[in-house]
Structure formats: C-alpha cells, structure tokens
Write a protein that binds this ligand. Structure first.
Ligand SMILES: Cc1cc2nc3c(=O)[nH]c(=O)nc-3n(C[C@H](O)[C@H](O)[C@H](O)COP(=O)(O)OP(=O)(O)OC[C@H]3O[C@@H](n4cnc5c(N)ncnc54)[C@H](O)[C@@H]3O)c2cc1C
Length: 468
C-alpha cells in the first residue's frame, strides 16, 4: 500500500485546488510546497479570473456562453492551442468560479470588466486580488485532511521500470503514492529556462525580470522529464511592457504617451490591451519603441484613469507622474531634447521622420480624433511644447510562462509519443498548450490553474481508486 493516495507538488492556485478535490474524494493527500507558505504566484496576482456564463455576469445583466468564449479563445490563438484543453477550460471556468465563490471568494459584479478584447466583459477580479483567492484556498486546505509540508523543494520523482510514477524522493527518503500531481507553476524565475524555452523574454537580456514567486523555477518541467514527459508551447508566456524605471509592475500606460518606432512612425493605439501590446512592440525594429511627449504633458502628467483604483492600492506603480519622470531624467532613462531632430538623434530614430508623424498626430487632436489608430480622443495631448521627451519601452517583464508539460483533458501527463504516463498529472502554469501565443485577457492563467487543478485532484484520486 502506498504512503499516500495523492501527492501534490506545489501549493499555488492549481496545487491547492488539486489537494482540496483529492481530499474531497476521500483520498489521503500530501501537499509539498517549496515556499514557507502556500500561495505561489497566485497570491501575488491581480486575482482576475476569466470566465463566461457566470452568476457575476448575470448580476450585471450580461448574457454570455461557453461557445462564445471558446470561439474567441481559438480565434485569438489562431487555433494554435490544444482545442480539447481550451474547450475544457471554457466549459469549466464558470462552474469553478462559482466554486471559489462558495468557498468564500468575493468577485464583485461592479468590478467585472473586459480584460482582453472580448465584446462582453469576462474578467472577474477578486475583491482582495490574488491574495484573496489564495487565502480562501489555503483556508479550505487547512479544513481538509491534507498533510501540508512547507519549505520543501521537491527534486525527484520515483519512476518504476515500466515508466509509471510511484511517488517522490526527498533526500534518501522515498514517499510512495498512487498519483503525483505537478503544480509547480512556471519558470519565470529561472534564467536558464527563459533562455531555453522563452527566447522572446531572454532576448531582453539584463532588462528582463520576473514578477512572480521566486520558487517558480520550472521544477515541474524537470520532474516531468524524469518520467519522459513531452514539453509543449515553445516561446509562450506573457511579457509586460516597462520603461524600466524600477522593478515594479507597470502595464497600463496613459493615452498622452505617443509610441514611436525607430522608423519614426506610430504603429499602435498606445492604449491597446496589454495582452497584445508586448507582441506589437517586440515586432518593431530593435524590439522596443519610444514613448514621446512634450513639456506640457510632463508638467500635467497623470496615470491611466481607467486603473485609478489599482494605482491607489499600490498594485501598479506610478511611473507616469511628474515627480517620477523628473527623477528619471536624472538617470538618463528619460531623454530630453529641444527639437524633434535632436530627439531623433538621441533615440536613434530615422532623421526627419518625427516632424511628419507628430504634425499629423497634433492635427488629429485638433480635428477631434486619432485618424490612424482610433485612440480615445480625450486621452490625447499634442506634442508641441519643447523640450520634448522620449522613454524607451521594452517588453521585458515576465508575468507568466506557458511552455510546459503536455497533458490531456484529464490532466494526465503525456510522453513524447503521446502516451499517458501512469500516475502523473499536472495543472496550471507548469503545463503547456492551454495558454497560447496570445494571452486572451486578464484571468486566463488563474482560470487555467483552478480548472485544471480541480480536474487533476479528481483524476488523481480516481487513479488511487477513490471517488465520492
Ligand atoms: C503580479 C502578477 C499578477 C498576475 N495577475 C494575474 C491575474 O490577474 N489573472 C491571471 O489569470 N493571472 C495572473 N497572473 C498569472 C497567474 O497568477 C499565474 O500564472 C497562476 O496563478 C499560476 O498558478 P499555479 O498554481 O500554476 O502556480 P503558482 O501559483 O505559482 O504556484 C506554484 C507553487 O509551486 C511551488 N513550487 C515550485 N517548485 C516547487 C518544487 N520543486 N517543490 C515544491 N513546490 C514548488 C511554488 O513555490 C509555488 O507556491 C499574475 C502573475 C503575477 C506574477
């Protein structure tokens, strides 16, 4: 007889959901966590959960459906994700949001918003952000029959000669289990894996930094490979843009910034969703761009209005305010020039191009609209009062990674021939091909963690011969 029915490795959103489900199916469960507390990156997150057809949407009078979410998901990802996993996510996301609500999480209808480019709002922020989701799950774990082991970084699986996973090894000790669930999160904190699996991030060299939990080192990939797991979803994740002022989260820029590439052209609505912005900037020559503004804008600088609450709560740092801009002038991250020609020279922008671009931009403001990218007119400010300023913007903050273990819709880990590895399950950021090249919107990853975490717990308990 095994020591445990189910061992869950990693106690973030996916791992805690898995442990709760396995315990609810009467399995004996151990939850192994590298950190000194449960929560992982889930606890650090904005706590936005993406779902369609929820009671929260209904409370706002919004009609939505699984089919609409699935179509949106697949279209945005150009069908380059595993459709059965995407469908499973879409089908379970609403039900599992209700599960979190039943456990005590609060998703106020008033905060529901379009967190991607969907036409009906599907981004459900938890009132207390990711910390609330993690706390609710942690509290539930503590009420279940789960042995929680903190400060324990797992490095080895026990794999038998037939290739089935039979437990874990810590030091010399072997702890046997009928099923092991890998839920160790992503690999954002591991430069080696960023180089290997996420070259778009690694190419930002010393500017790249990770905002998640420091223990997210990609151990799930290493553990999975010990059992022959396939790794899928090369070069996928979510990069956020940054002026690199300081190592703090900053995503939502104000509309008075004008993004200019090295050809001296605008190329995007500067207020486009963060889900797409990094990719658009990365595609420009040099993989970055410049945020340009004038002295009038500097003196009256205010952050993006839409996210005032997040700024006030300290979730997003205040980069685009006068004091910060002035202090970054001294560091050289804000460049100053008395003419467009001088600014072009300082930035390496094609000589003679800024005048045409900004003359058109200023004329658009006069005429009442952005004729190129249709940015909200009320957010625009002319660039006409010298001195002029430019700040280089990089897609360099790693929010999450989505290269990971190949799973099927039951969360069983598959080997390179597509065969199930007996006894091994995985969920959340440690898996690949659920999240695609395009982040569909805020909440994609937490929904992934909760939906597949729950399935993993249920399936692992079944493997152990347990069910309700
Ligand atoms: C600042 C920030 C904001 C975000 N906002 C959102 C948002 O609003 N909505 C959204 O959908 N996504 C968001 N994300 C992404 C999202 O939070 C994560 O992708 C998701 O929570 C991952 O859940 P997980 O359970 O897979 O991993 P995690 O929550 O990271 O949990 C993994 C756990 O495994 C542990 N672990 C790692 N290796 C080992 C090991 N070898 N042995 C034992 N334990 C190990 C870690 O310590 C960690 O506790 C955000 C991320 C960040 C960093």
């Amino acid at each position: 007889m095994a020591d445990y029915d189910v061992i869950v490795v990693g106690g973030g959103g996916a791992g805690m959901a898995a442990a709760i489900e396995a315990a609810d199916a009467h399995a004996t469960v151990a939850l192994i966590e590298a950190d000194e507390k449960l929560g992982g990156s889930t606890a650090l997150s904005g706590g936005v959960y993406y779902a369609a057809g929820t009671s929260v949407q209904e409370a706002r009078g919004i009609t939505d459906s699984v089919d609409a979410m699935f179509e949106y998901y697949m279209t945005l990802n150009q069908y380059r994700v595993d459709a059965s996993l995407a469908r499973t996510l879409c089908e379970n996301a609403a039900k599992d949001l209700e599960w979190l609500i039943e456990l005590g999480a609060n998703f106020p209808p008033s905060e529901l918003y379009s967190s991607g480019v969907e036409s009906v709002p599907r981004g459900h922020p938890a009132a207390g952000r990711g910390a609330e989701i993690a706390e609710v799950l942690d509290r539930t774990v503590s009420k279940r029959n789960v042995d929680v082991v903190l400060n324990s970084r797992l490095t080895d699986l026990v794999v038998d000669t037939a290739g089935a996973v039979r437990g874990i090894k810590t030091g010399d000790a072997v702890i046997t289990a009928n099923a092991v669930v890998l839920a160790t999160g992503g690999f954002g904190a591991n430069p080696y894996f960023l180089n290997k699996y996420y070259p778009d991030a690694a190419s930002q060299a010393e500017k790249v930094w990770y905002i998640g939990n420091e223990h997210c080192l990609g151990d799930g990939l290493v553990l999975g490979e010990q059992a022959g797991a396939d790794i899928v979803g090369f070069n996928r994740g979510l990069l956020l843009t940054t002026p690199n002022f300081k190592k703090e989260l900053e995503v939502f820029v104000p509309g008075w910034l004008v993004y200019i590439n090295r050809e001296g052209r605008r190329f995007v609505n500067e207020m486009a969703e963060y889900a797409v912005m990094s990719g658009v900037i990365a595609a420009q020559t040099g993989g970055s761009c410049f945020a340009v503004f004038d002295d009038e804008a500097r003196k009256t600088a205010k952050p993006n209005k839409q996210y005032e609450d997040a700024f006030a709560a300290g979730i997003i740092s205040l980069n685009w305010v006068t004091d910060e801009i002035d202090s970054q002038l001294k560091t050289g991250k804000v460049l100053q020039a008395d003419s467009f020609a001088e600014l072009e020279e300082k930035c390496g922008i094609r000589p003679g191009s800024l005048n045409a671009t900004l003359t058109r931009y200023n004329a658009d403001i006069e005429e009442g609209g952005d004729s190129m990218f249709f940015k909200s007119h009320e957010e625009m400010k002319p660039v006409s009062t010298p001195p002029y300023y430019a700040v280089e913007i990089f897609p360099a903050i790693v929010c999450l990674t989505s290269t990971g273990l190949r799973i099927n819709k039951r969360t069983q880990v598959l080997d390179t021939r597509g065969q199930v590895i007996e006894g091994l399950y995985a969920a959340g950021e440690t898996t690949g091909d659920v999240l695609g090249e395009r982040y569909i919107g805020g909440g994609n990853s937490i929904a992934n963690a909760i939906v597949f975490g729950r399935i993993a717990g249920q399936q692992a308990a079944l493997q152990a011969g347990r069910n309700e």
